[in-house]
Design a protein around this ligand. Structure first.
Ligand SMILES: *[C@@H]1O[C@H](CO)[C@@H](O)[C@H](O)[C@H]1NC(C)=O
Ligand SMILES: *[C@@H]1O[C@H](CO)[C@@H](O)[C@H](O)[C@H]1NC(C)=O
Ligand SMILES: *[C@@H]1O[C@H](CO)[C@@H](O)[C@H](O)[C@H]1NC(C)=O
Ligand SMILES: *[C@@H]1O[C@H](CO)[C@@H](O)[C@H](O)[C@H]1NC(C)=O
Ligand SMILES: *[C@@H]1O[C@H](CO)[C@@H](O)[C@H](O)[C@H]1NC(C)=O
Length: 602
């Protein structure tokens, strides 16, 4: 059912070799019962399907990768902008060869040969029938159908591993993790005035250009790139893009995007709200920057955490990864009772650290469930604590929240923001976040983890974007709209840097939280206690806050900040001087997937 990737063609092995005795297997992950809303599918016959299982191998030493990333991303470092090559990054991320050998030998006993799915070797995959997977993992893979979305997934309620492999395997996915697709919605018909330069009522490219000072002149440096993620079968339609541009950016004569599928199973032409918003607001704002729609996963399987990992690993396998990647999908941060999924989140976060080290700005929507988070129907409202969203809680991505209104801009109440329970706070945001926490005093005490990575980092408008879907103009809201907006600004700044022979921005946060602070309009009004469930939330405030981050961008000021800095000249990886001291830095450092878009017909 799950298809093997084209990039790393998989073998399905049919040899049954000697196996680990069942008695040596000890439970690794267990669900108490079938997750609510799911029931075993009656149509499914065990053994009919093949499953692709992703096996994560822990990195030998993630701390040197993180230290190197911070070194090349910190404007005060002499290595700022000296991004690494594909092989240098792979070396910093490689797993312990002993782990790989232990896993390979174990699978070999079953006649299974794993495929390497990442250049560094930290991600393996196997394609097996469910019957064989059951034998391997003492599992009971079964097809479960969701009662409202009618999606069918193959999962097991428990799985086991031989004890000696416990430390050699970070996670096996998908096993016990259930992914319920919950599309919450917010859509309305809009009659946008195409050239309105005010973002009141409806947001258009023209009004965003006016509000944030985004230039409309075409970017012209060579080597620029802006990638937009598609996961789980969402699609973008080129004709809808043309209709959109004709109406809102008639000065763009040949706006288009390339499509780059990383797996074999999808046709993306049927445009939906998410895919169309993401492409229309990148092509429509990052004028003349080449935009690529990078597609992972398919509709049949819905949005999977492995789509994020596959996309990152695919980009890391390219000689020239994108300079900017924007992704508008959000998962609940895995909770402490799911160690496997937490490990997978760490692996995904490390992949983003690798992309940052290669010079990619990795940008994510913060999520649309307010501070309560909880993107699925079963959580958020009624929870005792706030649920942070992933990947925004990864310290190596830039998370974008939403605002509404103008003069002044006000935090959008749906905009997720808060504190990670999984990733500690990185030092680059210490002083900004401490200042916020000082002002919090006892507000929301006990609902969040003040020592965690705090998000979002920045915000842009996110309410009632004019988009075109199936030839019709509709309004679209969510941090899904904010992420491509901010990504486009970063891509245009990269154009100016590349044109003057400088390095692209790469991982943004250390710059944003230091010199970059001056380039943001502080948003001090509003909160993210989503009215949806009266759950309370954080208030926007002077300085950084857990609703709008540092605020909304001012293009000219941001350009000043980054060009005023004596950037390193563009380095080829080979010319980079390795620094030993760089390696000695110390660093302080779901079940539910949700497409962050909102869909209510009015
Ligand atoms: C789907 O399952 C959930 C949880 O078991 C239940 O609350 C809900 O009523 C069901 N919906 C339908 C349409 O059957
Ligand atoms: C496997 O799971 C299915 C569906 O939940 C259940 O009906 C069946 O009894 C289970 N089989 C075993 C051996 O536990
Ligand atoms: C659910 O999906 C199955 C297979 O994909 C299809 O045969 C069935 O008609 C669908 N049911 C509904 C209610 O849409
Ligand atoms: C490239 O774009 C910049 C900024 O818009 C402009 O100043 C410059 O003249 C352009 N260069 C060329 C060769 O078109
Ligand atoms: C709070 O976050 C830290 C990481 O910063 C983590 O180690 C700790 O377990 C978290 N506490 C809870 C209760 O989740």
């Amino acid at each position: 059912m799950l298809a093997a990737g084209l990039l790393f063609p998989s073998l399905i092995s049919h040899v049954l070799g000697g196996a680990v005795p069942r008695s040596d297997l000890i439970p690794r992950s267990q669900l108490p019962s079938i997750p609510s809303g799911y029931s075993p599918s009656e149509l499914w016959v065990p053994g009919d399907d093949v499953i692709r299982l992703t096996v994560g191998v822990p990195p030998k030493d993630a701390s040197s990768l993180h230290a190197t990333l911070l070194d090349v991303s910190d404007p005060s470092s002499s290595n700022y902008g000296r991004h690494l090559t594909k092989d240098e990054v792979a070396q910093l991320s490689s797993p312990d060869p002993e782990s790989v050998k232990a896993i390979t030998d174990w699978l070999g006993c079953y006649g299974i040969t794993p495929e390497q799915r990442s250049h560094s070797g930290d991600t393996l995959s196997i394609v097996v029938s469910s019957v064989r997977a059951n034998a391997l993992l003492a599992a009971n893979f079964t097809a479960y159908t969701h009662n409202t979305t009618n999606t069918t997934i193959i999962r097991t309620l428990s799985y086991s591993l031989p004890a000696y492999l416990y430390d050699h395997i970070a996670f096996v996915y998908p096993t016990t993790q259930c992914v319920g697709l919950q599309l919450s919605s917010r859509r309305k018909t809009n009659q946008a005035s195409a050239f309105s330069t005010s973002c009141t009522g409806v947001v258009t490219p023209k009004c965003l250009q006016a509000l944030y000072g985004i230039p409309s002149l075409p970017a012209n440096a060579s080597g620029n790139s802006l990638y937009v993620s598609s996961l789980g079968g969402t699609g973008a339609n080129p004709n809808d893009l043309q209709t959109f541009l004709t109406k809102y950016r008639p000065d763009i004569l040949h706006g288009s995007f390339a499509v780059l599928p990383i797996t074999e199973s999808q046709n993306t032409d049927a445009g939906d709200d998410e895919g169309n918003c993401d492409t229309q607001y990148t092509v429509g704002l990052a004028t003349n920057v080449p935009v690529t729609y990078v597609v992972a996963g398919d509709k049949e399987n819905g949005v999977l955490m492995s789509d994020l990992l596959d996309t990152a690993n695919f980009l890391l396998s390219l000689e020239k990864p994108p300079l900017v990647l924007t992704t508008s999908y959000v998962f609940d941060e895995p909770a402490a009772d799911d160690q496997d999924l937490q490990q997978m989140a760490r692996a995904i976060c490390n992949a983003y650290a690798q992309l940052g080290a290669r010079g990619t700005s990795v940008i994510f929507a913060a999520g649309d469930g307010g501070a309560a988070g909880g993107m699925s129907a079963s959580d958020g409202c009624g929870q005792k604590v706030f649920i942070p969203t992933f990947p925004s809680t990864c310290p190596y991505v830039t998370s974008v929240g939403s605002t509404d209104d103008i003069s002044p801009e006000v935090a959008a109440s749906f905009s997720s923001g808060g504190f990670s329970n999984l990733f500690p706070r990185p030092s680059y945001q210490d002083s900004a976040v401490n200042a916020f926490l000082d002002k919090q005093r006892n507000a929301n005490a006990g609902l969040y983890n003040s020592s965690g990575r705090a998000y979002p980092d920045v915000a842009t408008q996110g309410v009632d974007f004019a988009i075109n879907v199936a030839g019709k103009g509709v309004g679209f809201s969510g941090t899904s709209a904010s992420s491509p907006t901010f990504a486009s600004i970063v891509a245009l700044i990269n154009d100016r840097l590349l044109a003057s022979g400088k390095s692209p921005l790469g991982f943004l946060n250390p710059m944003l939280y230091s010199k970059g602070v001056a380039a943001f309009n502080d948003v001090t009004k509003g909160d993210n206690g989503d009215a949806r469930c009266d759950a309370g939330g954080f208030n926007a405030d002077t300085g950084w806050d857990a609703v709008t981050g540092l605020g909304t961008p001012d293009y000219d000021k941001l350009l000043d900040v980054v060009t005023g800095h004596s950037f390193n000249k563009l380095h080829s990886g080979a010319a980079r001087v390795p620094s030993i001291s760089r390696l000695l830095y110390t660093i302080i450092w779901m079940f539910t997937a949700v497409v962050v878009y909102r869909h209510i017909a009015h």
